[in-house]
Design a protein around this ligand. Sequence first.
Ligand SMILES: [Zn+2]
Length: 137
Amino acid sequence: MVFCTSIHCMDGRIQEPIRDYLKNNHRIKYVDTITEPGPCRILSDNNEKSLIESVLARIEISVNRHKSRLIAVSGHYDCAGNPCGEKEQKEQIDKSVEYLKMLYPELEIIGLWIDDKWKVGATPCGCPGQAHRPAPT
Ligand SMILES: [Zn+2]
C-alpha cells in the first residue's frame, strides 16, 4: 500500500503526528490529506451537504487515482472547529467510520484520536448494528 487517505482537522498541530502515525503503522508512503475544521463532526452530523460532497469528491480522487485502500478519520484534543469533549468526539469518529464503511465497504476504514500530547491512537470502532443516517443524496 502506497497511498492512504486521511480526513482530519485543518489544525496545524496535528498534521505531522497523523502523517507519521499512518506511515509508521500502516506502511504508507504518501498520505492524501483532506482537511476541514472538525471533520468527524461534519460527517457524523450529516447536515452540511455541500461540505460532505466536497469531502467525498476528494476521497474519490484519492481512491480512484491513487488507489488508496485505507481511509482514516480523526478527531483531536482542543479542536477549535469542533469544541466538544473527547467522549463526544470519539462517538462522532465512530459514526464517521461507520458511514465511510457503508460507502466504501471494500476499503479499510479506521478512526484515530489525537490526545493532549499530540499522540495518535486508534479508536475502538465499529459498533455493529448501530444504525447510521442514510448517505446524502
Ligand atoms: Zn480541530
